[in-house]
Design a protein around this ligand. Sequence first.
Ligand SMILES: Cc1cc2nc3c(=O)[nH]c(=O)nc-3n(C[C@H](O)[C@H](O)[C@H](O)COP(=O)(O)OP(=O)(O)OC[C@H]3O[C@@H](n4cnc5c(N)ncnc54)[C@H](O)[C@@H]3O)c2cc1C
Length: 481
Amino acid sequence: MRVNRRKFLESALAVGAVAHAGRAMGKSEEQEKPPGEFYEEPARRLPVRNFDVIVAGGGTAGVVAAMAAARQGAKTVLIEQKGYTGGIITEGGTALHSFFNVWKPYPGVKKLQLVRGIPHEIIERLTKMGGTSGHAELSMGYNHDSVCLAVDVEMYKLLSHTMLHETGVYVCLNTLLAGVVKEGRRIKGVLAESRSGREVLCAKSFVDCTGYGDLAAYAGAEYAEPNDYPLCNSMGVANVDIESLCQNLRLSQLAKGLRSGKEGQIVRVEGSPKAKGAGINLTTTTVHDHYLMFVKANVGGAWGKGKSWHVTDRDAMTELELEARKDQQEMIALIRRVPGCEAAFAARSSPSLNIRRGRVIECDYDLSLKDVLGGRHFDDDVMAYGFHDQCLKIGGGGGSYGIPYRALRAANIQNLLVAGMMITSDYQAHQSTRNTVSCMAQGQASGTAAALCAQQGCGTRDLAYADLRKALEKGGVYFDT
Ligand SMILES: Cc1cc2nc3c(=O)[nH]c(=O)nc-3n(C[C@H](O)[C@H](O)[C@H](O)COP(=O)(O)OP(=O)(O)OC[C@H]3O[C@@H](n4cnc5c(N)ncnc54)[C@H](O)[C@@H]3O)c2cc1C
């Protein structure tokens, strides 16, 4: 079933203060040209390399997609613009939500691990390295006693890269995907820029896991930019007395788990100041004593309140990067006022602002809130998921819904799948599908499908679902049907 394009745009653009549809608005190339001087770039002969599958973006979804493709035997390349893999899990994602259903508030509903397969494998290994809080149950607030998992971000970078190597993925770090080579509705290759030069990487199938949908947008996919979430640079803060910090906050969230090897320690907290006007309002996670792995400072402090920016506007974002860094230092000053935190400092920040969504790419199916809350499963499910950011009941409470294969197929392009925060135009439905564990599971589905398409020499729409399902089940994916 194809998505209704007008509905897709309406839904994607409904909430944002400044919303914007790229290409989809039908602007001609001439209209899009900025006024001013131009330089015609001369044509160049570029070296070409061939692969079965190209995964663009080595973040939350991309790491898993590339591993999944390589495990199917596909010659796979992963292109990542930064010097490490892991994406928002290592930069801003606070805690991973959630491998489980939300069972506790619903009598008779059993605790069920919905996301398994490669995401589970990564986390098991990270936990053995001492790099997670374990699946920590919320004892206060947020999402009706859900489960979250905090990670050591440096260990995640190391482990994800190591596992990619072990799987035989050709990993290109510090490499920017800068364009697309297309033939009709088929992508032939991508332009990759690095200090080794500009090259063309060709493949049979492509997976866009760039978060922002760069590959899809370069390939001419329809998309919207809703701009409906706040921007944020999450930092790591050292030299803190975590227990004292909690005593000085009016807590709205609390989870205990593994910290510095000890069970039952505070690992996730959200709180506001006890006295009005007294400062800090923070959400944080940790897996080590005296260190907050993530402290989120949303630019302007507000949750998506009428701010006007485009996340694809370089100059606007440059100004906001500065604003975020100022906000961080203000946050540090407030933390220092807490007894036991006088010497706190920002030990790490993200290389750039994080956003919960940039572009939303039009796919063959667009999940609705009704699908999510109704616990809908499809005849081409590629995963099951059961968490929503705003405490909304899934499947009547404690249930799951399915993400169908068609929701990962970029509309109008023959050989492109997308995975991660760029799917789902409806803001409320997106507050479920965008969560880290969902993105990881989408990665396994899209990488597996891309490899099968490459092997069978077919487009994404010609792949038999039975083949995909069989491969995903073999890869440990759980289907709640
Ligand atoms: C501030 C913040 C807090 C959050 N809190 C939570 C939370 O508590 N719990 C939760 O479950 N989820 C949370 N989320 C949501 C979740 O973390 C994201 O939705 C998810 O991680 C997105 O995964 P992704 O793979 O789509 O993108 P990413 O993880 O960002 O991966 C995209 C990758 O692509 C690379 N890339 C981009 N463009 C290019 C290019 N042109 N060339 C090469 N590489 C490129 C990037 O460098 C990056 O590594 C949060 C998100 C944010 C921003």
